[in-house]
Design a protein around this ligand. Structure first.
Ligand code: 5RP
Length: 232
């Protein structure tokens, strides 16, 4: 697992994140994803609320997006109050031309999947390094600590190589916002993302895996500040 810097500045991420915020209209309930790319969207939505009178409510996907949304001044609501969202915007770690994505680099994919599945439209923002002709990154799998050994065995039976994600500034494993562990699991090239997603979902003790098959639209930010839009 490479070191992660969720506050990393990048022209590409900024371009994609800000362009996606333009899709948001007053009256919308918007899912706010996690990571350094969608952080630009969250900040820009805050600016539009302050300067343009945009009226929205956000639903957060992590403590990180909650802190950013509060700092940006975005009024928040919950899925209990608003079970159906107009739009969810989030980043990705890898995304292919069919808009199958791997998420969970920030260990937030469980809530991200719940929030995006609650939305009528799911828009992913990314820089060009995230796009790929094939999915081959390790799939983050959130597991109940009690089930770690069983889940690792089942992942190996599916041809995967699970690795417990360790924390950087804490001894021991990363603990998710839901109190669970993450197994970053390499499967080589994932030829059938939908099939693998189903196989992982039925393992007892798997809370959620990072294969997303519900992306509707992708905004890819480029170095020159332009944004390529891909729709399903
Ligand atoms: C968090 C995620 C992020 O959306 C994904 O890791 C992309 O992050 P970034 O925009 O910082 O590259 O899935 O769990």
């Amino acid at each position: 697992m490479t070191e992660r810097n969720a506050s990393a500045d990048s022209a590409e991420k900024r371009a994609a994140g800000i362009a996606a915020s333009e899709v948001v209209e007053s009256g919308m309930i918007v899912g706010l994803g996690t990571g350094s790319t969608v952080a630009y969207t969250i900040k820009e939505l805050g600016r539009r609320i302050r300067e343009e009178g945009l009226e929205i409510f956000g639903v957060v996907t992590s403590y990180q997006s909650e802190m950013l949304a509060i700092e940006a001044g975005i009024p928040l609501t919950t899925l209990a109050q608003h079970p159906e969202l107009d739009l969810a915007i989030d980043g990705a770690d890898q995304i292919d031309s069919n808009l199958y994505a791997i998420k969970g680099g920030g260990a937030a994919h469980t809530r991200e999947k719940i929030v995006s599945a609650s939305a009528k439209h799911f828009l992913v923002v990314a820089d060009e390094s995230k796009t790929s002709t094939r999915l081959d990154k390790a799939v983050p799998i959130e597991v109940m600590p009690f089930a770690k050994e069983l889940v690792m065995k089942k992942i190996r039976e599916l041809g995967g190589e699970p690795e417990l994600r360790l924390a950087l500034r804490k001894d021991g494993p990363v603990i998710t916002d839901n109190g669970n562990f993450i197994l970053d699991s390499s499967f080589g090239v994932i030829k059938d993302p939908e099939g693998l997603a189903l196989q992982l979902s039925v393992i007892p003790g798997v809370v959620e895996h990072g294969i997303f098959t519900n992306v509707n639209e992708l905004y890819v930010g480029k170095k020159d500040g332009s944004v390529k839009i891909v729709r399903k």
